[in-house]
Design a protein around this ligand. Structure first.
Ligand code: NI
Length: 158
């Protein structure tokens, strides 16, 4: 287990479409463990593999007081509703923005044993699921910002 370096913009790995995991082998298990350590060390609620420089379709999510979710090859099945949210990303340090996200989503993915499962997310979980799946397609939340005044430096708020 190890804390990995988090890639930040403009690192090109963040803009690549990540590859599907075809074999959940020891290296993928180690990657997941290291991603969990890295997410905890950064006090994040989610982390996608491209953020640690690995262009594979793997993400981990852990919301406060909730169970850790490992997603391998996640796919968005359904999005419903829309709400305005505040959003930030460990790969875009020092910034926060306002985006629109679905109220509920349905996702299918594989767990770390390779078993397929479906997951419904509401509100914050829906937002984080969209955010992490976006990462696997090279999309960052800043791409969803509608105008420059909807993105601000955190220091400007202090
Ligand atoms: Ni992010």
């Amino acid at each position: 287990m190890a804390v990995l370096k988090i890639r930040t913009l403009p690192d090109p790995v963040l803009r690549q479409k990540a590859k599907k995991v075809t074999n959940i082998d020891g290296s993928v298990q180690k990657l997941i463990d290291d991603m969990i350590d890295t997410m905890h060390a950064a006090s994040g609620v989610g982390l996608a593999a491209p953020q640690v420089g690995v262009s594979l379709r793997v993400a981990v999510i852990e919301l406060p007081e909730q169970e850790l979710i490992t997603l391998i090859n996640p796919e968005m099945v359904k999005r419903q509703g829309e709400r305005v949210v505040q959003e930030a990303c460990l790969s875009v340090p020092g910034y926060q923005g306002e985006t629109k996200r679905a109220v509920t989503v349905k996702v299918k993915a594989q767990d770390r044993q390779g078993k397929e499962f479906r997951l419904k997310g509401e509100e914050l979980l829906a937002q984080v699921l969209e955010h992490e799946i976006d990462h696997l397609d090279g999309t960052l939340y800043v791409d969803h910002i509608e105008s420059p005044d909807k993105l601000w430096k955190l220091s400007e708020q202090l």
